[in-house]
Design a protein around this ligand. Sequence first.
Ligand code: SF4
Length: 437
Amino acid sequence: MGTSRVALKYMTRFRCLADKCEDTCCEGLNVDVDRLSYERLQQAVAGNATMQDKVTRLVVLNASATGVRDHAMLQMDAAGCCGFLDEKKLCSLQSTYGEQVLSDSCALFPRSISQVDERIELSGSLACPEVARLCLLSDDSVGIVDIDASAQPRGYVGKQLKKTKTDAYGFYLDDVRSLLLRILTVSEYPLSLRMAATAHFAHRIGEFYFRGSPEFDKNWQACEKRMREEIEMIGQPELWTDMKEQFFGRRHFAADALAFVASALDSRLKLPAPERFKGLVSSVLAHYRGEAGKRGEGRPADAMWEVYEQRYTLLSKHFGADLERLFHHYGFQYWFRDWYTASDRLLDHAIKLLGRMGAIRFLIGGHPDVVKLAQELASAPAPSKEQRDRFSRAMIEAVQGFVKAVEHTPPYLRIVDNALTSTEDPFSQALNFARLL
Ligand code: SF4
């Protein structure tokens, strides 16, 4: 069988905005330079002493490289920007030597290209504001569509998976991932319940399905049968009725989940990040803390939860469909692009998604423009077109800033993810975070 290629639909619509973009791709990112590109660049600048010196200063060998992909790194300036940007914030390497001297990371951003067996999968990074808008603001953006080879520049492939029976965890990626995407799409249930259903499924199969599980080696057939039964069970309405009763009837600790989110974002402020994101996080934290402080006695976490809940009661009334689409598409993108096989357990991966969704909701709800909108709409029947547009802009700013400053900062993300998943009761952790949605 030959190679097939698929993409999330929004990537077929993507065109880089270049100098019309409100962002600079590399600002605030760690940019790796692969070995081949490093060598190509050295050859391109040979004979030009000024450029050679610049390349030596700005493209430094990576002392902790794990392979050819992260052979070297771009040195960013104090503002987190690449030193090769010209006064118009465009890449001077590209304008002088052409696209071919760029590293794979620079040439391919915001594309993400992976391969499962003979299938190439293309998606995008929401750290690009144009990708974020295309993915999160249109109804039909996350369908999976066929594409041709021209959508795979340089024939590049990032992570790869060959399904073999020596790795049961990877072997079922397609089956499990299809189910996760299906659960997310069951629109008759609220997102919080859909995510709780995901946690239920992950918790149940987690007994025998995880990275390095010995169960499949002992009896593959029995495990396969159980896996199929669990997958089919999600289609039963009675299961959803039970889950709904349990989820909404259960005592929850969403206030603590929200406090975790606030403290994780607070700690991000201590590291370098784009100023726009730092400004947003500072003002969101000040807003929630200020409003919570007005509520008098009691735990600050409970007061913050009250402010958050009240805010989302209003936002859901006026922008419910926009929020539903945004988080549905964000989740779809996560399951499709960030394979759960990167986590030891599926439930851990679900908790990480819930943590990210909670943080983004927190940022949107406390975004200064959304706070103003909430005041304007407190007694209004419906938002105007202009108010809807402002809400969309605030959502995109929150998601794009978060993805760039958090999801693209691996050392920080690892610490937060570990804190999220290192709990004695991961299933309850997942359900508590699901209440933030
Ligand atoms: S952030 Fe996206 S749209 Fe903007 S310049 Fe970079 S790739 Fe192009």
